[in-house]
Design a protein around this ligand. Structure first.
Ligand SMILES: C[S@@+](CC[C@H](N)C(=O)[O-])C[C@H]1O[C@@H](n2cnc3c(N)ncnc32)[C@H](O)[C@@H]1O
Length: 278
């Protein structure tokens, strides 16, 4: 069977099992198994070998049981980057690209060589995208998870982006000499509330709890801890859950942040809160 016929069958199999975007999922999985891209799939006339067919069948079965597509391919696109991902580390989401956009806008006012800290860096997605799009920035990332730190360092090395990744709690690993000199603290912290966890789709629950659970606790901690790291006029930009806009805005205002604003994502859901210290 040619790949295009295999794809038709695989799509209807995934559809029957209620998998989202069945056609795209089948294409991505088959391209991964055959070591090609989407165009290569449709150009290929020869059928699948027994080993390829088995590997594809296994991937389809895993996808149907809720294993995220990204864990099966080991890759996730994020802005202009292709990141390595694996189980045990949060898979970057497209909506977090808005966080990067707001962070980069904030840096446009900074003349040269801004200092940026990404708290809870995961795969390094946010830190690496900022470094790629603002190459003169000094970018540091922190994470409490040793697995995340290892993966973020691997991604930085493979992409040739000079981002320093440190293991530890929030801003604790940041060198003391940067106190009062940071231009921007950016974070996509864990923000799922405990009572929401059970209702999340299996793909989301495949991420580690350490990366998910937090409600607005982390926003509160960041609003308390970042002012002593930021230079006058420096900014805090945080991702939020869609229902947390009013609460997180109030948290930043309570802590004395100025120009606090809530930014929506492409689906018009509250997604980011940003504010600056006086
Ligand atoms: C929602 S994920 C975001 C990952 C990445 N920034 C992204 O957007 O793809 C949150 C990250 O925060 C990390 N984290 C959780 N608690 C932390 C803490 N107390 N200090 C530092 N990082 C923490 C988790 O390990 C996880 O990698």
């Amino acid at each position: 069977m040619r790949p295009s016929q295999v794809l038709r069958r695989a799509t209807s199999y995934l559809e029957r099992h209620g998998v989202e975007s069945p056609r795209t999922s089948a294409e991505v999985l088959l391209a991964g198994v055959l070591g090609t891209d989407r165009a290569g799939l449709y150009a290929r006339a020869e059928g699948l070998s027994t080993a390829e067919a088995k590997a594809f069948g296994r991937a389809l079965c895993q996808r149907c049981t809720g294993v995220p597509l990204q864990h099966l391919t080991g890759r996730q696109a994020f802005r202009r980057l292709e990141l390595a991902v694996r189980p045990g580390v949060f898979v970057p989401r497209p909506e977090t690209e808005v966080l990067v956009e707001v962070a980069l806008q904030g840096l446009r006012g900074v003349q040269a060589e801004p200092v940026v800290v990404d708290v809870g860096t995961g795969t390094g997605a946010v830190a690496l995208a900022i470094k790629q799009e603002r190459p003169d920035a000094t970018v540091l990332g922190t994470d409490r998870s040793a697995e995340a730190v290892a993966l973020a360092r691997e991604n930085a090395k493979r992409l040739g982006l000079d981002v320093r990744v440190m293991e530890g709690e929030l801003l604790e690993p940041i060198p003391e000499e940067l106190r009062g000199r940071v231009d921007l603290v950016v974070s996509n912290p864990p923000y799922v509330a405990e009572d929401e966890l059970a209702s999340l789709p299996p793909e989301v629950r495949a991420d580690p709890e350490l990366a998910l659970l937090g409600g607005t606790t982390f926003h509160r901690r960041l609003a308390e801890e970042t002012p002593r790291w930021l230079r006058p006029g420096g900014a805090l930009v945080v991702e939020i859950g869609e229902t947390q806009g009013d609460e997180v805005r109030a948290i930043l205002l309570e802590r004395g942040f100025r120009g606090v604003r809530v930014v929506q994502d492409l689906a018009r859901r509250d997604r980011v809160v940003a504010g600056s210290v006086p």
